[in-house]
Ligand binder design. Structure first.
Ligand code: SAH
Ligand code: SF4
Ligand code: F3S
Length: 457
């Protein structure tokens, strides 16, 4: 090792900071963006004020998420001014779904922004960053036909740096479903899948780097249909069998799924594969057929309940998680109660729930019968009370049970580790339980709404 080679560039290297908003896909993208910048000689910094390049990897899903970006830009502008007084520059970029949705408008509204790059343009980031650093505004929101990841540096280093023994792998992106409330089809473009080869390579590299659990990501991950060997199309079920064979990968998960893409091959994988964790995130959004139709979800309440039955047939211990929207246009009290009754039937282990947020350009925003904010707020409270109760019940049912947990990372308190249960619960154990990365059998001794406590068996 020559010291010069390792140290000299570090001393003068430009520093970058990426702030991530929104979903896991953005978390994954931010890691890949980090890899791409590091390949250009940038190094990561934990202090935004210290960064020559700040990227905000943004989310457009609800109004609050999108507006947060602008208040953050206001704050970053002050950091930039402070740096200017010291004779240092700061280049500010917006990537992600707000970049795609608003494009050059962002620079009009916030002229301090130098760069805007939509989610399907990240393979061009080195070029765009160089342009912005030169002082020219750089805006790129084209949807590329080629898969951006194929053109970006490989994913191992940055991901394992921050994720440790668990990692995300995006396998599918974009959406063709056009739910009437949702911006994703407009911000991420149409459904595309990465190839079996790319995904398997990445999973192997992650396994070699110490990753034990992989979560496959996609806006509609179960719509994944990648080209496999012999140019044959595979479905997600088949991909899971293939990934299960990789040495070192002990656990597999996938999210987020759409009910209409749960095919028999995928359902069967849940029955066959021990390493496929008994947990399924399957958003339903609403329990009334009228609202499901208005949302353009392509399935009925009964279709969803039947699917739940099938899943529990092949995997009786499966935990179900979901997403819900309250206050969609036209939702009456009776429609809302249909959502509550569906929740009571399914019994969720966990869930995310949101007040409907009208999004520019989506059909929902123009619909008659928008639900008043206070009505939606009151419904959301009732819905969340029920879901919280179910989550606590699910956790309490684990008391005194034995289960295998993956030791994931140091806990908040000295001497503790955080482990992951098969059902994605956080389990607090003593650090003497074993080294991070091990899977150990524990017995649950305490159950709270958001975590469990366990001892080694
Ligand atoms: N592709 C996934 C989810 C994508 S967005 C799916 O099809 O389920 C994540 C969640 O955000 C959605 O499931 C939905 O519950 C919520 N969401 C999306 N658009 C929204 C909006 N306009 N207002 C409120 N919640 C929204
Ligand atoms: Fe949005 Fe619907 Fe597509 Fe999910 S399936 S990303 S909710 S349009
Ligand atoms: Fe947000 Fe885009 Fe993800 S809108 S939820 S960051 S796909």
């Amino acid at each position: 090792m020559t010291e010069n080679k390792d140290l000299a560039p570090q001393a003068t290297a430009k520093k970058y900071f990426v702030k991530t908003y929104g979903c896991q896909m953005n978390v994954y993208d931010s890691e890949r963006i980090g890899d791409a910048l590091e390949a250009e000689g940038y190094v990561a910094t934990a202090e935004m004020a210290d960064a020559d390049l700040v990227l905000l990897n943004t989310c457009h899903i609800r109004e609050k998420a999108a507006e947060k970006v602008y208040s953050d830009i206001g704050r970053i502008k002050k950091l930039k001014q402070a740096r200017a007084e010291l004779g240092k520059s700061m280049t500010i970029g917006v990537t992600g779904c707000v970049a795609q949705a608003e494009g050059a408008e962002i620079i009009k509204r916030a002229p301090v922004v130098d760069l805007v790059a939509g989610p399907q343009t990240y393979h061009k980031l080195p070029e765009l960053v160089a342009k912005a650093v030169r002082g020219e505004k750089a805006v790129e929101t084209e949807f590329e036909i080629e898969n951006k990841f194929a053109k970006m540096p490989a994913a191992t280093r940055a991901q394992t740096r921050s994720r440790g023994v668990t990692a995300f792998v995006t396998v599918q992106e974009g959406c063709d479903k056009f739910c009437t409330f949702c911006v994703v089809p407009y911000t991420r473009g149409s459904e595309t899948s990465r190839s079996v080869g790319q995904i398997v390579d990445e999973a192997k590299r992650l396994a070699d780097a110490g990753v034990r659990e992989i979560t496959l990501l996609g806006q509609n991950v179960n719509a994944w249909h990648g080209l496999g060997p012999n140019d044959r199309e595979w479905g997600l079920g088949e991909l899971l069998y293939k990934l299960a064979e990789i040495d070192g990968i002990e656990r597999l998960r996938y999210m987020t799924s759409h009910p209409i893409d749960m095919d028999e091959g995928l359902i069967a994988a849940h029955g066959d594969l021990d390493c496929l964790m008994p947990y399924l995130h399957l958003p339903v959004q609403a329990g009334s057929d009228k609202i499901l139709k208005a949302m353009n979800r392509h399935h009925t309440r009964d279709d969803y309940l039947y699917l739940m039955e099938r899943m529990r047939e092949v995997r009786p211990d499966i935990a179900i998680s979901g997403d819900f929207i309250v206050g969609f246009p036209g939702e009456t009290e009776a429609d809302f109660e249909d959502t509550l009754s569906l929740i009571r039937e399914v019994k969720y282990a966990s869930a995310f729930s949101f007040k409907y947020s009208p999004r520019p350009g989506t059909p929902g925003a123009g619909m008659a019968d928008q639900v008043p904010n206070d009505v939606a707020g009151e419904r959301l409270q009732r819905l969340q009370a029920l879901l919280n109760e179910q989550q606590l019940t699910f956790n309490k049912n684990c008391l005194d049970q034995e289960m295998d947990v993956l030791l994931e990372k140091p806990g908040r308190r000295e001497g503790q580790l955080i482990a992951r249960s098969p059902w994605l619960q956080s389990v607090i154990v003593d650090q003497s339980t074993g080294p991070i990365g091990d899977i150990v059998k524990v017995r649950i001794t305490e159950a709270a709404p958001n975590s469990l406590v366990a001892v080694k068996v």
